[in-house]
Design a protein around this ligand. Structure first.
Ligand code: ADP
Length: 357
């Protein structure tokens, strides 16, 4: 994209290593001018006086822009009631995370909370949903980053991005930083087998955590992992609360089916049908259940098309409701994504390192 007043091609994201934030977001002119979108991100982080906060000075504007646009979440809010089951986790999280974020004046001294929470368990069980719900319940800004993207997409720049992430979060407190696949960042691989760059990234991350843990900032770090046994001792020490997020119970699976179908006005199953679906879905994760419902809800449509109705002529009101047979068919397509022998490992780790109360 060519821009007026510049001498040739300008990449959409400036890779100007030296172009760091100095004072006012809108001040630089000429070749140093920030493009409009970067400027908007910077202005959103300025104090009432229009000054860039001290913490953001010397950070590259393009990193701040990336964090504001890609990592800071402005998507749909999740609330506790959207999450099936997990009563134990919800109770623990409310006490150790939500209350302290809502009443920092009470939760200090002896009551001061840990700033690191680990959610571990099989994939697709609602860990990310819990992170978003925490942010939603406390009106906190939610930052989501996948740790593997730090090592793959941001090769050599991960440290800078981590530094910028914590700095932006502290300008947006209360803030929840959710680090998915945190094991890929804080694993206990042998140090001599570790790449120098991933070792530096890990160190930077631990430094940042140390920094806000001792400070008064209202930032909560949530790490999520399907591989808790790969976390090293330093990571465990900083993630003081460790909650096991297990596969959904039969009751929670029933709730997911009912809730998803109800949303579309498609729920017509009997209690016996629901019981049968629950029996047949033992070992399915929340996300497997969602995929199952999606597939089953295609049943009536597929049947109408099989009977010769054209898709363009199909009337919604002529389609029959989703029935048990649709679920039985869908069960052939959607298999559980977690193998039963993996579960033992989670339970073992939970007994050793998990926060059981
Ligand atoms: P994780 O972070 O544990 O891998 P997610 O929170 O991203 O899993 O869940 C993926 C999807 O699966 C969610 O968007 C939701 O539709 C569904 N899901 C998983 N667990 C639950 C749950 N306990 N209640 C309701 N929906 C769930």
């Amino acid at each position: 994209k060519l821009r007026r007043g510049t001498r040739g091609f300008v990449p959409p994201i400036r890779s100007n290593g030296g172009n760091t934030v100095t004072s006012r977001a809108s001040a630089p002119k000429g070749d140093d001018a920030l493009d409009d979108s970067t400027k908007r991100c910077m202005e959103a982080l300025c104090g009432p006086d229009g000054e860039i906060p001290e913490k953001l000075k010397n950070l590259e504007p393009r990193l701040i822009e990336h964090i504001s646009n890609e990592i800071m979440d402005s998507g749909t809010k999740v609330c506790w009631d959207d999450i099936a089951g997990l009563h134990h986790a919800k109770k623990c999280v409310t006490e150790m995370v939500i209350w302290p974020l809502l009443r920092p004046d009470i939760f200090k001294g002896c009551r001061s909370p840990g700033r690191g929470l680990l959610l571990f368990g099989p994939p697709g069980t609602g860990k990310t949903m819990i992170g978003k719900a925490i942010a939603g319940e406390c009106n906190a800004t939610f930052f989501y980053i996948s740790a593997s993207s730090l090592t793959s997409k941001w090769i050599g720049e991960g440290e800078k991005l981590v530094r910028a992430l914590f700095a932006v979060a502290s300008c947006r407190e209360p803030a929840v930083i959710f680090v998915d696949e945190i094991d890929s960042l804080l694993s206990q691989r042998k140090s001599d087998g570790e790449h120098e760059s991933s070792r530096r990234l890990k160190t930077q991350f631990l430094i940042e955590m140390e920094g806000f843990d001792s400070g008064s900032e209202q930032i909560l770090l949530i790490g999520a992992t399907n591989r808790p046994h790969e976390l090293d001792e330093a990571a465990r020490r900083r993630l003081t609360k460790r909650l096991y997020i297990p596969l959904p119970s039969a009751e929670a699976r029933a709730w997911i089916v009912r809730n998803l179908l109800n949303k579309d006005g498609l729920f017509k199953l009997s209690t016996e049908d629901i019981d049968t679906i629950c029996k047949l879905t033992d070992g399915y994760s929340g996300s497997d259940m969602k995929n199952l419902v999606k597939d089953a809800s295609m049943g009536p449509l597929r049947e109408a098309l099989r009977q010769g109705t054209e898709i363009t002529k199909l009337k919604k009101e002529d389609m029959r409701p989703v029935n048990l047979q649709d679920f039985e068919d869908a069960l052939q397509e959607v298999r559980p994504s977690v193998s039963p022998n993996e579960l033992g490992n989670y339970e073992e780790w939970n007994n050793k390192f998990g926060s059981l109360s």
